[in-house]
Write a protein that binds this ligand. Structure first.
Ligand code: GUN
Ligand code: ZN
Length: 444
């Protein structure tokens, strides 16, 4: 039976298309006083309060967040490792040493199911506290890491993609699977979880440095057999990693060519980082519809490099780009803080990233990277009712600075430079409030 509609009211921001391609005028909706109506997990109406209010069925509960709020589609995190939450902020190493010194020892602890569940819960709670309603998540090599995360995400009604990590070489014995067990365990997880409720499976070879040719081939076979799954891995994050790939796969033209050779570069692929790519690789990502997850806090933290979003989105061969926190190499669950770092990466490339473009990246752009733009990432009738409500005056400094802001673009920019989890006032999943600042997470 249909449930009672509920609604939220306040200023709203959303996108109907890609502002990098078609400009802000044609793609951005900023409504100073909007109502979003939600029923049975979907958005049923969206527009100016003056137009929507008279249409509301009598008795519809409307929560008014006031004129200092901003209602947006929930944030989408296209690249994150939930098992790395315990080792966020680990000192002193770059990617390949960081993996050996911190990551692999931490991931071994996930052999323990109870520990895995505790971290999975904490991870989802922290994501919701930051307004992240959809994520594309790496587990560990243990099949139960994905199983347990899916169970917890299902209980919350989240749209979420995840996968068990595949790695069968150049890693500690305890974290290695085999080509066959990688295939079998991933297949069982796909059968159990892919398309169940709002959950999606992402086939997850860690990166070509830790998978044999046989394992990459097995991943490619599995993806060919289950083509509507996502596939996530890491690509060209650092120069040292690219050099190692050259040693490990001398027969391949480029790092991307390794994945491409094994059938792992096409629509539905989400490649983490993609910093050190040549023009031919960028051209191929564009031609195939594969996506890059831009993870600026991670790239700066590990000293990996500076992703050039303007180059990746170049109008003559635009590549799908989403935003990723990449915890625990990434340093914040806050999408606002992640956009702050994305702005600085763009500055270093001499192409400033406007706040509006940045918010697109965190919502509809990231949904597009996961091929979910018809389900999440924007506010429109028929879209799933995942929302974040920001408080545009969340700290004394922001409050003071906002008085000086001349227009909405400037207000938005102040949020992404100065804002963090304190700016997330409420989070809705499938129409239900799952986070309310001050009251913690209230699971529906
Ligand atoms: N490359 C391979 N594995 C990882 C990982 O866990 N984190 C990051 N940032 N890069 C990787
Ligand atoms: Zn990563």
């Amino acid at each position: 039976s249909p449930s009672q509609p509920t609604a939220v009211r306040g200023p709203a921001l959303t996108f109907t298309g890609d502002p990098f391609r078609d400009g802000l005028d044609r793609t951005m909706i900023h409504e100073p006083d909007a109502i979003v109506v939600m029923q049975d997990g979907l958005i049923t109406q969206f527009g100016p309060a003056a137009r929507i209010a008279p249409l509301l069925p009598p008795g519809t509960e409307v929560r008014d967040f006031g004129r200092n709020a901003l209602i947006s589609a929930g944030f989408v995190d296209t690249h994150v490792h939930f098992p790395q939450m315990p080792m966020i902020a680990s000192y002193g190493t770059q990617l390949l040493d960081w993996l050996e010194r911190y990551t692999f020892p931490t991931e071994q602890r996930f052999a323990d199911r109870a520990y895995t569940r505790e971290v999975a819960r904490r991870f989802l709670r922290e994501s919701l506290r930051n307004g992240i309603t959809t994520s594309c998540v790496y587990g560990t090599v243990h099949a139960h890491s994905a199983d347990i995360l899916f169970e917890e995400a299902e209980a919350l009604g989240l749209r979420l993609a995840a996968g068990k990590v595949l790695m069968d070489c150049h890693a500690p014995e305890a974290l290695r699977d085999t080509p066959q067990s990688a295939y079998d365990e991933s297949l069982a997880l796909i059968r159990k979880w892919h398309g169940r409720g709002r959950l999606l499976y992402a086939i997850t070879p860690r990166f070509a440095c830790t998978s044999s040719r046989e394992q990459l081939a097995a991943a490619g076979t599995l993806w060919r057999e289950h083509p509507d799954c996502l596939m996530q891995t890491h690509l060209s994050e650092t120069e040292a990693e690219v050099a190692r790939i050259r040693e490990l796969f001398p027969e391949r033209r480029s790092y991307l060519d390794v994945y491409d050779h094994y059938g792992l570069c096409r629509k539905g692929a989400v490649f983490g980082h993609g910093i050190c790519l040549d023009e031919e690789e960028l051209q191929h990502l564009h031609a195939t519809g594969a996506a890059i997850a831009h993870c600026p806090t991670s790239n700066f933290f590990l000293g990996s490099g500076v992703f050039d979003i303007a180059r990746a989105r170049r109008a003559d061969r635009p590549i799908r780009v989403g935003l990723g926190t990449d915890l625990g190499a990434g340093t914040s669950f806050s999408i606002l803080q992640t956009l702050n770092e994305a702005y600085k990466a763009a500055q270093l490339n001499r192409h400033p990233l406007s706040a509006a473009h940045a918010y697109y990246l965190a919502t509809r752009g990231s949904a597009t990277a996961m091929h979910l733009e018809d389900k999440v990432g924007s506010i429109a009738p028929g879209m799933e009712a995942d929302l974040v409500v920001l408080d545009m005056r969340s700290t004394p400094l922001i409050d003071f600075r906002m008085d000086e802001a001349r227009d909405f673009g400037e207000q938005l920019f102040v949020q992404m430079i100065l804002g963090d989890d304190r700016a997330v006032q409420a989070t809705y999943v499938a129409g239900h409030p799952v986070h309310d600042r001050g009251r913690g997470v209230c699971f529906p």
